[in-house]
Ligand binder design. Structure first.
Ligand code: LMR
Length: 389
């Protein structure tokens, strides 16, 4: 049966990992895949994570199955971290642990397709390269709305407002909670409120991908807009990833939250979500969630983690400011964009030349991982790339 298969191209973003590793040039710069790096280019395990792992080795009694929803204490902690201690919201929200943010997105997409197969998911452009494939894999139809103009480096909220105002009742709107991937440009709180208004007027369901909480302006402020949205709408879907803010990438740690109109509806929805999960990965892996729970249940570990997260955020902010200064011209926006990514107005040919001639690796869209810069790289990058912008 396999002789009819044709090769698929490698995922272009993940392919950068292999290309970069094979490059022997000393001055190579990895601005590709979105992982945090320190100034030496390493992605260390956070100290709070190491401490939690030590505790787990000593205290964990069993590796028996936890259950379809995963670790319920982890789910509670992740809800509170993301949305605050909001009892009213919690009552009508189902929460399940998932194998990372990607599986949360896929589970959400499968749940949407199962609930309303005729819906259209509205996807901003540009967005994370894997959003469209995940939605397509679930069989969902999509339409694009313009989110950001890379050429002008501005968020085009007027275009977004117009597009969403034309969506049909029951459609879903994919949004990013903070640190927009790939542009670093987030909605203001007023814009989140306007999105909530449109969703209410047009009967649309917001679907928010939260993958970088704490890496924009900090844990307290990054999700203020998302929380404002959730105060206003009757239904919503939110996926949360712990890959970046806990540095748990390979541990596949995340959650899916679905806000329903009533607590009773959320219980019915939960049974549907869990039956989809059961037919897919069955149960999520425990280790990353156990680490997050251990950290968030221990005040000293929580403080340690927050300090580390703050210094990661500050390093990226400082690189943003250095880069904006070094690039000069019209690139000042980079200093104000948030999180790991900005997208530069470069052509595919320029991006290939940067890789082949200068050992500068970035996504094919012109997206750069701000955390991939060593401070010493900034001036060289600006000298080579600045004239192209
Ligand atoms: C990224 O956007 O670089 C990361 O989220 C890694 C991935 O899975 O694409």
């Amino acid at each position: 049966m396999f002789e009819t298969l044709e090769s698929k191209p490698a995922d272009p973003l993940l392919a950068i990992i292999g290309l970069f590793a094979a490059d022997k040039r000393d001055q190579k710069m990895d601005l590709g895949v979105g992982v945090f790096r320190d100034d030496s280019g390493a992605t260390p395990v956070m100290q709070a994570v190491k401490d939690a792992e030590r505790l787990l080795v000593e205290t964990q009694q069993s590796k028996a199955y936890v259950g379809l929803s995963g670790d319920l204490e982890f789910v509670e902690s992740l809800f509170e971290l993301s949305f605050g201690a909001n009892v009213g919201l919690r009552e009508r929200t189902l929460g399940v642990q998932t194998p990372g943010g990607s599986a949360a997105l896929r589970l959400a997409a499968d749940f949407i397709a199962h609930t309303n197969p005729d819906t259209t998911v509205w996807v901003g452009t540009p967005t994370w390269d894997n959003h469209a494939p995940v939605l397509a894999a679930a069989g969902l139809a999509t339409q694009n709305y313009v989110y950001f103009s890379v050429a002008d480096q501005v968020l085009d909220f007027a275009a977004m407002d117009t597009a969403l105002s034309g969506a049909a009742a029951g459609d879903v709107v994919l949004l990013q909670g903070c640190c927009h991937n790939p542009t670093g440009s987030d909605l203001s709180v007023a814009q989140w409120q306007r999105v909530a208004e449109i969703c209410n007027e047009k009967h649309l369901v917001p679907f928010v991908d939260v993958a970088y909480h704490g890496l924009g302006s900090g844990l307290d402020t990054d999700l203020v807009g998302v929380r404002a949205l959730l105060e206003q709408v009757p239904e919503a879907i939110v996926t949360v990833s712990c890959s970046k803010n806990f540095g748990l990438y390979r541990e596949r740690t995340g959650g899916l939250f679905v806000v329903c109109k009533t607590a009773a509806m959320s219980r019915v929805a939960q049974s549907n979500v869990l039956s989809i999960a059961r037919a897919s990965y069955s149960m999520p892996p425990d280790h990353g969630a156990a680490i997050v729970k251990t950290i968030l249940h221990d005040n000293a570990l929580t403080r340690k983690w927050q300090d580390e997260l703050n210094s990661m955020q500050q390093r990226m902010q400082s690189i943003r400011e250095q880069l904006a200064r070094a690039l000069g011209n019209n690139q000042g926006g980079i200093a104000h964009q948030k999180g790991m990514f900005s997208t530069l107005n470069l052509t595919p040919v320029q991006i290939t030349i940067l890789r082949e001639e200068h050992a500068i690796y970035m996504a094919g869209s012109g997206r750069i991982n701000i955390a991939g810069f060593r401070e010493a790289d900034v001036d060289r990058f600006a000298a080579i790339v600045g004239p192209l912008l």
